[in-house]
Write a protein that binds this ligand. Sequence first.
Ligand code: ATP
Ligand code: MG
Length: 299
Amino acid sequence: MVARILAIANLKGGVGKSTSVLMMADRLAILGYKILVLDLDPQANISYMMLGRRSIEKYAAEAKTLTQYLNDAFIHGQEGVLGSYIIREASDLEEQRKPGAGRVDLFAATPRLRFVELAAEERFAQEKGSLQAAERGFEVKLREIARHFTEYDVVMFDCPPGFTSLCRAALRVADCVISPTVPDYISILGLRDFASFGLRMARDGVDRPLKHGALLTKVEARREDMRGEIEALKADRRFRLFTTQVRQSRDAVRASERIRPDVMRNFNEKYGGLKDSVRKLGDETAAFLNLGSDKNSAD
Ligand SMILES: Nc1ncnc2c1ncn2[C@@H]1O[C@H](COP(=O)(O)OP(=O)(O)OP(=O)(O)O)[C@@H](O)[C@H]1O
Ligand SMILES: [Mg+2]
């Protein structure tokens, strides 16, 4: 089986990319899909959200991170077995431990990722004489990772804001990209730039089509300006606007805080008042990715 490769990306920062990765991965795994999340952001937000700070430190010490893998592959030129860097069953959802459920595995980042990325950029530039060489090197590596495992239904890249080399590489490898966006004036400007020249530049020379979706996050129903922006977005043909909207809620923040490594939560506890939106988001993502009907009939 070949996994769908999905990048969650936007030029703009702080628009809910990592939180959306958390929600989508959690719901898709409950539906029975096996998900591999790659944290491409040195802020390591999705890694912290899934595992908590203590666990990240422990895994970093055990060399079980994407940072370590890229360091071994690009700086030392001697990488270990790919699977040994990946953290299995990273989510704290009880439902994912039930028979027939899928799971979320994580290729975690640490803040040191940016330094490894810079060191690789420098090395590639020296060896190949081109500033773009690192991006191409990362592209080959990310594709290799996505194709290496046959067990995953979806490989998800949590991209950093802006266009770092790793982010550009992920956008070249992806089949689909979903851009979370807050429906306010400045965020929409960022989305439009991303949808027009950003993606086109990143995909220069890639001849596979890319499916682009946009997801509204942190929506505040009472804000008139947001309602206006949403209407304009519906008419934009460059991307498919998800019908699911995730509203501004403290429950999103609560869901993204891992309680403790040994404490599990059920879906309703984790997502509270956002549980219906997260369900809908996962279901709509499955349809967007053409994953077919539910793997199992989990509700
Ligand atoms: N629906 C929501 N309601 C309230 N707060 C939210 C919601 N979604 C995300 N947040 C909060 O907004 C902040 C940014 O979210 P998140 O980290 O997911 O965005 P991001 O786009 O991944 O950011 P970055 O560009 O830095 O990677 C976080 O503090 C997060 O908890
Ligand atoms: Mg993020």
